[in-house]
Design a protein around this ligand. Structure first.
Ligand SMILES: Nc1ncnc2c1ncn2[C@@H]1O[C@H](COP(=O)(O)OP(=O)(O)OP(=O)(O)O)[C@@H](O)[C@H]1O
Ligand SMILES: [Mg+2]
Length: 323
């Protein structure tokens, strides 16, 4: 392993994202720590409402205005939570970029795709270059990239729009790409192609990716490591091979069992793990998974389990710690 692979690109340290409501703090992300090496693909998985997007937005320096953040987000050893807006702007889009779930809303409908891509270059002090944009469009598999430069977003299919967004996110050669459920709006075949493209670009460019998904099985084929989030907490994290071979947290096990039932797991999952993710206002004391957990102990209802670590596999579960 070369030296650059052993260093850390991003280290999130005890991050909390909270919202004030009726005089108390409601935590959407709580005491979360994770790290990414250059070139690593880390998949972050959990059901809807677990705090995945808020975490990504915090890393990008774009949390909701009413959010209160605590902890540290160290990117190349600089704490992003303590940088000025101008410093963040110079990192955002250039060293850290993000692609979102819905390609239509992320694009400006009244500008051509090529024009808005070229604007990314000028926003970061580079030349407005039609040639560079067309070259990037071609790299991400947009056919007839010359004429697509002048297309408006509504003239493209969902898959092509997502390719445009990927091209835009890669233009400044970022070190870290935040991909927030980038294929949810696409059908299965197109979604596979987009995933393959992201993985290829990550490997080619040695670009780290934080890949957000609600489906563990989707990430199994390409993630280097996996973090499982539940109700704002990172409940388990490990290298991907280790996590899939030995899932330890009952929530991870539940997600895996659910997705074994049927490839279209999203609806069956709720049947297989009874109950739903608690809302922020109704967060139970102790472990938030306790009300749904098949292995719940008395202590789980009162205290959140401290994470235990064996090599690079971390689990926050009292039942697991006692097994
Ligand atoms: N601006 C806000 N004010 C109050 N609560 C918020 C705000 N933004 C998000 N939340 C709450 O924070 C929690 C986590 O939201 P988040 O969007 O990060 O979930 P997610 O894991 O990305 O879900 P999904 O898979 O549906 O995208 C949710 O309960 C959500 O309602
Ligand atoms: Mg989300």
């Amino acid at each position: 392993m070369c030296a650059s692979e052993t260093e850390t690109l991003l280290r999130v340290e005890a991050l909390s994202v909270a919202f004030a409501s009726l005089g108390r703090s409601l935590y959407a992300v709580r005491d979360l720590s994770l790290s990414l090496r250059p070139g690593e693909i880390l998949a972050l998985v959990g059901e809807s409402g677990c705090g995945k997007s808020l975490l990504a937005r915090a890393i990008l320096g774009l949390p909701p205005e009413n959010a209160k953040l605590e902890g540290q987000i160290l990117f190349q050893q600089r704490d992003l939570l303590r940088l000025s807006e101008a410093e963040l702007r110079s990192i955002r889009g250039r060293q850290i970029s993000m692609i979102f779930q819905e390609p239509m809303t992320a694009l400006n409908p009244v500008l051509t795709c090529g024009h808005q891509a070229a604007e990314i270059l000028t926003a970061h002090g580079q030349e407005h270059s039609r040639a560079r944009v067309i070259e990037m469009f071609t790299q991400v598999g947009i056919p007839e990239a010359q004429s697509r430069y002048d297309s408006y977003p509504h003239q493209l299919s969902g898959g092509m729009r997502q390719r445009v967004l990927i091209a835009m996110s890669l233009l400044c050669d970022p070190l870290l790409l935040l991909a927030d459920e980038p294929t949810t709006a696409l059908d299965v075949t197109i979604s596979r192609q987009i995933l393959a493209l992201l993985v290829r670009e990550s490997r080619l460019r040695h670009m780290a990716v934080l890949f957000i998904s609600h489906d563990l099985r989707t990430v199994e084929t390409f993630a280097d490591s996996v973090g499982v989030m539940y109700a704002g907490h990172l409940v388990e994290s490990a290298p991907a091979a280790q996590l899939f071979a030995h899932p330890c947290h009952p929530y991870t096990q539940g997600l895996l069992n659910a997705s074994r039932v049927t490839p279209q797991a999203s609806q069956k999952r709720l049947l297989t793990i009874p109950g739903v993710v608690p809302t922020l206002a109704a967060m139970p004391p102790g472990c938030p998974f306790a009300p749904r957990c098949p292995r719940v102990l008395d202590i789980c209802r009162e205290h959140f389990p401290p994470p235990t670590r064996l090599a690079d596999h971390t689990v926050a579960c009292f039942a697991q710690a006692r097994a």
